[in-house]
Write a protein that binds this ligand. Structure first.
Ligand code: GLN
Length: 553
């Protein structure tokens, strides 16, 4: 049980989605921790999927994998990056998870013959999970982001649980509404009405917001703060400006301009501790938007870009952030270009040749057949033209396939994920995965979460990490086929990282005598890159890319 007097802050969205509830939640966490209050952050996803693992990234952005292996929403990645530490399974919940536990209990006759209902049983399961997470984390304040927007059917039950908590512990619960204030081009004036309506909707749930985070293009002015205060029943000093920013990492710094953390602390009646020291964070945030920093150009060759006519890079969020952190450390500004591998397939040589303008090429994680030959061509180009290459998961598997095809001469080399009866299955399904696939057990069954990896002396990987044993997060069903390892090694490829028993190939690379930086990882290093602790492999990759850039000028 969470301690009596434990504080809860619920973050809700008004007007529309995608305006940064996750960044607000992360920022509150960061600011309160800097004030000396241990915090835990929880993401609530109202959908019925038990976890985010079974969704296509074009549906819901990147699937972020926790250390434990739980497949979660990309917001969890932001939480980890802002807090600078690993989160646990207790810090994430979906409707699917909540219902699954209630139904399992019902099947086990644990409700003693009662009729099992949404209220109270599902609601109480939600409350139980919130308490458990607080207790597990030993925190003083829980910040809970409820996914979706006020007025959705799906999240109503979570808002109801929050209302009940407020009723039983009125002093301990706060509601923060993140709302959007549009400035229609034709008017040129910021409008507060949609926010007023959203607050009224929230009121109909029996919930009154204590804070409004006013998301808008320009900072909200005093006049409109007054208007919102009167119409929404929220103190003016609790309406916090949140204008568009270049980098999400500026958000906590900006919030402090409106004294947000002090206002939260007052509202929660938390005693004064120490002043939030944000100096290291500020320095980093400034570096991410330093327009004077020289650029380094990276091409990310992927396939999850299309939602209608819009190009979204959300599917690769952690990769983008990992690049930014390392670039900031090197005093560079990363310019990322999104290359659709399907275009490379369509436009052939011309599209591949266009890759020559970049300082480095990344092929990130992925699944299935679409765009795969385009990616393999990009890998080949990077290898032959000696452009720094970094392959993440699928990007490593394709690097090995390309090497097998074009250096070893195994023209039929492939992954059995795409070609079941490949002549040379250099990438093959893992033994324990075969049964899952045969039984159609797709949810939560991949090789997931953190595993140890040994690094060979004298390799690029070892040089970057500067240690022998590392731990990285995985999400895959296929792996390099051990039957081909020796042949690949004889042809010059180096497996510089392996599982402790030496069976699984976790990192492949080319010796520096052959290529300045050609390296792939079976794991996803991007999940562990942090603002103040960039990932060594990304840093090394960018360092070489920068050198390449210099050579060219
Ligand atoms: N599709 C590949 C596999 O399952 C790679 C997965 C990934 O890139 N995350 O092994």
């Amino acid at each position: 049980m969470a301690k009596e007097g434990h504080k809860y802050i619920f973050v809700l969205g008004g007007v529309m989605s995608g305006v940064g509830k996750g960044v607000v939640t992360s920022s509150i966490g960061l600011l309160l921790e800097r004030k000396g209050y241990p915090v835990n952050l929880i993401k609530v996803d109202p959908y019925l999927n038990v976890d985010a693992g079974t969704m296509n990234p074009t549906e819901h952005g990147e699937v972020f994998v926790l250390r434990s292996g739980l497949e979660t929403d990309q917001d969890m990645g932001n939480y980890e990056r802002f807090l600078g530490r690993d989160l646990t399974n207790d810090d994430y919940m979906t409707s699917g998870m909540v219902y699954q536990s209630v139904i399992a209990r019902e099947r086990a006759l644990e409700y003693g013959g009662k009729c099992v209902e949404t209220i109270p049983h599902v609601r109480d399961e939600i409350l139980h999970r919130l308490e458990k997470a607080a207790a597990y984390n030993g925190s003083r304040v829980s910040v809970i982001e409820i996914g979706g927007t006020i007025g959705d059917f799906q999240n109503a039950l979570f808002i109801e649980a929050a209302r009940v908590l407020k009723m039983t512990q009125p002093e301990d619960v706060l509601f923060v509404m993140v709302s959007y204030l549009p400035t229609p081009g034709t008017l040129g004036e910021m409008k507060t009405k949609p926010t007023q309506t959203a607050v009224r909707d929230l009121n109909s749930y029996g919930v009154q917001p204590d804070f409004i985070i006013a998301r808008s293009k320009e900072p909200i002015d005093e006049k409109r703060k007054e208007k919102l205060a009167i119409w929404c029943n929220v103190r003016k000093d609790r309406i916090i400006a949140a204008p568009d920013i270049k980098s999400i990492y500026e958000a906590p710094v900006n919030f402090e301009k409106d004294k947000f953390s002090t206002a939260l602390q007052d509202a929660l009646k938390l005693p004064e501790k120490r002043k939030a020291s944000l100096s290291a964070w500020k320095k980093f945030a400034l570096a991410t938007v330093d327009a004077a920093a020289p650029e380094v150009h990276i091409a990310v060759v992927g396939k999850y870009f299309d939602t209608g006519d819009f190009v979204l890079s959300d599917a690769y969020l952690s990769v983008i952030e990992a690049i930014k952190f390392s670039a900031a450390k090197l005093g560079r500004q990363a310019k990322i270009s999104w290359i659709n591998s399907k275009d490379i397939e369509r436009n052939g040589n011309q599209a591949v040749a266009a890759l020559a303008q970049y300082d480095g090429i990344i092929v990130p994680g992925g699944f299935g057949e679409t765009g795969i030959e385009g990616k393999i061509r990009a890998v080949q180009f990077a290898r032959e033209k000696k452009i720094p290459y970094f392959g993440l998961c699928y990007g490593m598997q394709l690097m090995v396939i390309e090497y097998a095809r074009n250096v070893l001469g195994l023209k039929g080399a492939h992954t059995t994920e795409v070609k079941k009866n490949a002549e040379d299955p250099v990438v093959d399904v893992m033994l324990e995965q075969k049964k899952h696939l045969a039984d159609n057990k797709y949810g939560g069954t991949m090789r997931l979460g953190a595993y140890p990896c040994y690094l060979k002396r004298g390799t690029l990987a070892r040089l970057a990490y500067k240690k022998e044993l590392v731990e990285e997060r995985h999400r895959h069903r296929y792996e390099i086929n051990p039957a081909y390892v020796k042949r690949l090694e004889d042809a010059g490829l180096v497996f510089s990282g392996t599982s402790p028993d030496g069976v699984l190939m976790e990192i492949s690379e080319l010796p520096r005598s052959m290529h300045p930086f050609m390296l792939g990882t079976q794991f996803h290093p991007e999940f562990q890159a942090r603002p103040l602790a960039p990932h060594p492999l990304f840093t090394e990759f960018l360092k070489v890319a920068v050198a390449q850039n210099r050579k060219r000028r």
